[in-house]
Design a binder for this molecule. Structure first.
Ligand code: ZN
Length: 92
C-alpha cells in the first residue's frame, strides 16, 4: 500500500483503513456530536466504518466515548445511527 494514504482506526472494529473509506464522527467545540461526511467540521474527530455494525460495536465498547473523553447519551447514538442510514452514496 502506498504510504501516502492516511490510515485511521475504526472505533468499532478497530481495523486500520484508509481515511476516505471511513466516516468521521466529530465532537464540536460546543459538544455536539455528529457524522461529518466531508471531514471538514471543526472539533475532535474519530472514525468509523460506514457500517451500522461498527457503530454498534463502538457503542458497546465505548470506543467513541474514549475517543472524545466524553459520555455519549442515547439520543446521540440514535442520531448517529439515523445519519448513517442516510449516507449519500457519493460521500465516500
Ligand atoms: Zn469498522
Amino acid at each position: 500500500m502506498p504510504k501516502k494514504i492516511p490510515m485511521r482506526q475504526c472505533v468499532g472494529c478497530r481495523e486500520m483503513k484508509p481515511k476516505k473509506e471511513l466516516i468521521r464522527v466529530v465532537r464540536s467545540p460546543e459538544g455536539v456530536v455528529s457524522l461529518d461526511f466531508k471531514g471538514k467540521l471543526p472539533g475532535r474527530g474519530a472514525y468509523v466504518c460506514p457500517d451500522p455494525a461498527c457503530l454498534a460495536k463502538a457503542r458497546k465498547s465505548k470506543g467513541l466515548e474514549r475517543a472524545f473523553s466524553a459520555p455519549l447519551p442515547n439520543e446521540v447514538w440514535e442520531a448517529l445511527e439515523a445519519q448513517m442510514k442516510e449516507v449519500p452514496p457519493d460521500a465516500q
